[in-house]
Design a protein around this ligand. Structure first.
Ligand code: NAD
Length: 454
């Protein structure tokens, strides 16, 4: 990136420049927030059915551009084409789901003496969304679309490395007929555009996804204005494999290699009951060597590059060349490549075993019994997601309730559905996104008492 007035978008598989995009300064944030405030007043006053209709039309326009959005994601983020199509489809599906919520933002009627009491879910105003680079489209959508459906305007700052799909989504919103200024995308640097958005007095809430260190700063700055904040700060999620599990499914290496491991829900602590540890070790060695790493646009590829040189250096710093590990292979030459890796000689409390690496790297650790598995699963500052594999239903329920994490899967590695709540315990974050209550998170509850005695 050459200077602070522009962003250079690189193709992470080739290091070629895909685009150069102007970076917004604080004055542009001011202008965008003013336009968004003006647009929000009319949007909030519109009938919920009309807001819903426009958001459904927006979903249709996104649907007609799935392939274009997916190709853009492949170029700017190095995602596999199939994954990128799913991501664009996720944005469309969330629009439809959130649109349905606009007409179901119900209040309560509370029995009180002397009159009637009713509550209203009022929109907040302008919501600031700060998105990361690992899933540029879905995470932009999760913060923005439920907020719009609840009657808010949104100013979205995408990550420095991946502004293109977000910019296109904003163009498509206008094409669908959403009011000018209502959904505004402002590419820029975190310490300039991001900070200006967080500090702006007319931004009523911040939705942030990214690194823990940045999230803590965002929260501190929001605290100065008592501004609500949702934080999604990543994880170090366990994959707990009991001896009676279907080992082949449980040890699917894409539970931590999907998106080259740049996934906040990646199951990077593989905890295996000691009686099947050797079998698991052997299975993972074969599985890693079979992973095809390369050009994300090639349908045969199973894993693409990392996002940037900076991320590659970070991942390398956790994996010394002589570390005991199972390793796959990766291309040489241009592009930010790292081979699939399972570290086998780590202690449960080592840095690599506790910290989010955000690359195709997991640790393999043995456990003795159920209590030991839960203790190891909870042995990090994070609590975002996790899987557990067993055929014993009672144990599945006990362990699911015991592990301190927001999103657990039994005999599955899935974490995210637009219709179910998503978010973390402990230092993985604050608040929830998606699911049936997604719109409520973008409202304030107002209580109105009407006297019948006047
Ligand atoms: P980051 O936290 O710096 O960036 C995330 C977003 O925050 C970007 O849009 C960035 O421009 C913005 N930002 C940065 N500084 C800001 C500030 N002071 N005020 C407001 N906004 C600011 O993350 P990164 O440097 O891109 O990645 C570093 C590490 O973070 C990764 O290695 C990974 O461990 C973690 N990460 C987690 C997630 C997740 O989904 N939770 C996503 C991306 C990165």
């Amino acid at each position: 990136m050459s200077n602070e007035s522009e962003l250079q978008v690189l193709n992470p598989a080739t290091e070629e420049v895909v685009a150069t995009v102007p970076a917004a300064d604080a004055a542009e944030v001011d202008r965008a927030v003013a336009r968004a405030s003006a647009a929000q007043r009319g949007w909030a006053a519109a009938a919920p059915a009309d807001r819903a209709r426009l958001l459904r039309r927006y979903a249709d326009v996104v649907d007609a551009h799935i392939e274009e959005l997916a190709q853009l994601e492949v170029r700017e983020a190095g995602h596999l084409l199939g994954n990128a199509r799913w991501e664009a489809g996720n944005a469309r599906d969330l629009l439809l789901y959130a649109a349905g919520g606009a007409e179901r933002l119900l209040g309560k009627q509370i029995p009180v003496p002397g009159g009637w009491d009713i509550t209203f879910q009022e929109p907040l105003g302008v919501v600031g969304v700060i998105a990361p680079w690992n899933f540029p489209m879905p995470i932009a959508a999760w913060g923005s679309f439920p907020a719009l459906a609840a009657g808010n305007a949104v100013v979205l700052k995408p990550a420095e490395t991946t502004p293109l799909t977000a910019l296109r989504l904003a163009e498509l919103a206008l094409e669908a007929g959403l009011p000018e200024g209502l959904f505004h995308v402002l590419p820029g640097y975190g310490h300039i555009t991001g900070r200006a958005l967080v500090d702006h007095p007319d931004v009523a809430k911040i939705v942030f996804t990214g690194a823990g260190r940045t999230g803590r700063e965002v929260m501190e700055r929001c605290a100065r204005q008592v501004k609500p904040v949702t934080l999604e700060l990543g994880g170090k999620s366990p994959n707990i494999v009991f001896a009676d599990a279907d080992l082949k499914s449980a040890l699917d290496p894409f539970s931590f290699l999907d998106n080259s491991g740049q996934d906040c829900c990646a199951r990077t602590r593989i905890l295996v009951q000691e009686s099947v540890y050797d079998e698991a070790h052997e299975f993972l060695a074969d599985a890693l060597s079979a992973v095809v790493v390369g050009d994300p646009a090639d349908e045969k590829t199973r894993m693409g590059p990392l996002i940037s040189r900076q991320q590659l250096d970070r991942v390398r710093s956790f994996v010394p060349d002589d570390a005991p590990a199972l390793r796959g292979s990766a291309p040489d030459g241009p592009g930010f490549w790292f081979a699939p890796t399972v570290l086998t000689g780590e202690r449960p409390d080592s840095e690599a075993a506790r910290e989010e690496i955000f690359g195709p790297v997991a640790v393999l650790l043995p456990f003795t019994d159920e209590a030991d598995a839960v203790r190891l699963a909870d042995g990090t500052p994070y609590g975002l997601a996790g899987s557990l594999w067993t055929r014993d239903l009672g144990r599945a329920l006990r362990v699911s309730r015991a592990v301190r994490a927001g999103n657990l899967s039994v005999n599955s590695h899935s974490s995210v559905r637009y219709s179910t709540p998503f978010g973390g315990f402990k230092q993985s974050g604050l608040g929830r996104e998606l699911g049936p209550d997604a719109l409520t998170a973008f409202t304030e509850t107002k209580n109105v008492f009407i006297s019948t005695e006047a």
